[in-house]
Design a protein around this ligand. Structure first.
Ligand code: XBP
Ligand code: MG
Length: 258
C-alpha cells in the first residue's frame, strides 16, 4: 500500500476562481490594447474553456470566428504577442489582490505542510501566473511551499494529456499511487487519470455538470469550518468540510482497492 506522500494541485478553478474575472478580463484587455474589436463574454469564454492553454484558446476562437486569419504568415507571432500582453495584464491583476484563493485552500495547504506531505502544482497556465497567485495570497514564501511547480509550455501537450502530471511525478520522484491530484475540470480529471493518479474534484460555475468519471469524490468546494462542502458524488467529508484526514482516507480506500 502506498501512503499519501504528496498533493498535486491544479491552479485555475481549483486553487482560485481565476477564469471569469481573471484570465477572461486579461484577454479582453489585451485584445483592446492591440486595437482588436474582439470581446469574450462570460458565456463565450465558458465555451472556449474546452481547450486548455491561453494561446490554444486564441487559436480556437480564430478557427471559429476568423478562420482566414489562421492562414496569415505571421499569425503564430501575433498570437504569442497577444498572449504575452494578456499575461502582463493578468499578473498585474494578481498583484493588486484581485484574485483570492478558494475557501479551504490555505487551510489544506497548511495542514498538509504540518503533516509533512509534499506539495506540487500541475497546471496548463503560464508559470508567472502561478507564482503571482501564490505570492499575492500566501506571501513571498508561498511559491516555496511547493516542491514542484509544473506549468505551461514545459510539456508539449496540455491537459487532457497526462504530460504535465507525468512531469510533476518525475520531478517529485514519486509513483502516482503515493499522490493525490486536486482538480476542477473534466480535462484535468482526464489528465490526472491518464497519469495513473487518484483525483478529487472541487467544481466551480464553469465546470459544474462536466463528466468527472474516474474521480474519487466530487464536491462543490473544500469548504471551511462553518462553510460546508456539498458532495456531488462519492464520500462526504467527516466534519462537513474537506480536511487532510478526509483526503488521506479517500486516497487509502482508492489505492487499497484491488
Ligand atoms: C487552465 C487553463 C489556462 C488558463 C490560461 O487550465 O486552461 O489556459 O485559462 O492560462 P487548468 P494561460 O486549470 O486545467 O490548468 O493563458 O497562461 O495559458
Ligand atoms: Mg483547472
Amino acid at each position: 500500500m502506498d501512503r499519501l506522500a504528496a498533493l498535486i494541485f491544479d491552479v485555475d478553478g481549483t486553487l482560485a476562481d481565476t477564469e471569469r474575472d481573471g484570465h477572461r478580463v486579461a484577454f479582453n484587455r489585451a485584445f483592446a490594447e492591440a486595437g482588436l474589436d474582439w470581446f469574450w463574454s462570460e458565456d463565450r469564454y465558458g465555451r472556449l474553456l474546452r481547450v486548455t492553454g491561453g494561446k490554444e484558446r486564441i487559436r480556437l476562437y480564430l478557427s471559429e470566428d476568423w478562420p482566414e486569419r489562421l492562414a496569415e504568415p505571421d499569425i503564430e507571432d501575433r498570437i504569442k504577442a497577444l498572449h504575452a500582453a494578456k499575461t502582463r495584464h493578468y499578473v498585474a491583476m494578481l498583484a493588486e489582490g484581485a484574485i483570492p484563493l478558494r475557501p479551504g485552500v490555505r487551510r489544506l495547504l497548511q495542514e498538509a505542510r504540518r503533516a509533512g506531505l509534499r506539495l506540487a502544482i500541475a497546471t496548463t497556465t503560464t508559470p508567472e501566473n502561478v507564482t503571482g497567485l501564490l505570492r499575492a495570497n500566501l506571501g513571498d514564501a508561498g511559491p516555496g511551499w511547493f516542491d514542484v511547480i509544473a506549468a505551461g509550455d514545459v510539456v508539449p501537450a496540455k491537459k487532457p494529456a497526462p504530460d504535465i502530471f507525468d512531469y510533476a511525478l518525475r520531478q517529485l520522484d514519486l509513483p502516482p499511487a503515493a499522490c493525490l491530484a486536486l482538480e476542477d475540470s473534466e480535462n484535468g480529471v482526464r489528465s490526472a487519470r491518464a497519469a495513473g493518479l487518484p483525483v478529487v474534484v472541487t467544481t466551480n460555475a464553469y465546470t459544474r455538470g462536466e463528466d468527472f468519471t474516474g474521480a474519487l469524490a466530487v464536491l462543490d468546494g473544500f469548504g471551511e469550518p462553518g462553510v460546508p462542502a456539498r458532495t456531488v458524488a462519492g464520500p462526504v467529508p467527516a466534519d462537513g468540510y474537506v480536511g487532510l484526514s478526509d483526503l488521506q482516507a479517500w486516497h487509502r480506500a482508492a489505492v487499497d482497492r484491488p
